[in-house]
Design a binder for this molecule. Sequence first.
Ligand code: FMN
Length: 148
Amino acid sequence: MATVYIVYGSTTGNTEWVANQLEAQIKAAGHSVSKAKAADVSADGLCSGKDLVLFGCSTWGEDEIELQEDFIPLFENFSKIGAKGVKTAVFGTGDEDYKFFCGAVDAITDKLNELGSTVVGGKLKINGDPEGAKGDIKTWGDAVIAAI
Ligand SMILES: Cc1cc2nc3c(=O)[nH]c(=O)nc-3n(C[C@H](O)[C@H](O)[C@H](O)COP(=O)(O)O)c2cc1C
């Protein structure tokens, strides 16, 4: 049984909905899962003791990538999370009509790679209402579980 942590930032509830789906799926696979809003966590040692940390974040802004507001302070302190050598995975919701579709997922993934984390599962980017993407979420969740 692995210890999994899901940390997410969500303004209107879309990314939170995905986080809830993933929590249920990973628990059903027999792992221990805890989940927290980005606004409620401290960056210091966030990855400590975890076998896998999932980060979920929606994208805001128009001409540049803006992370969901609760995620910004955490992201500014990402060097303190202890990502080196830890498995992570990144998901987010967005809208394909914007210039940087799910740009937050790209920014967080790049940062984790830079910090020496092993990012697994590829990037999960969901367009529009996530309830219509249940199949994609399940497939991605399975890939992430397989990589634990
Ligand atoms: C003002 C505004 C700016 C947005 N900018 C982007 C963007 O740059 N890229 C993107 O993929 N989605 C963008 N979106 C869409 C949101 O990311 C999308 O609605 C997302 O599902 C919200 O997730 P949340 O409820 O978890 O915060 C924007 C939405 C608004 C209202």
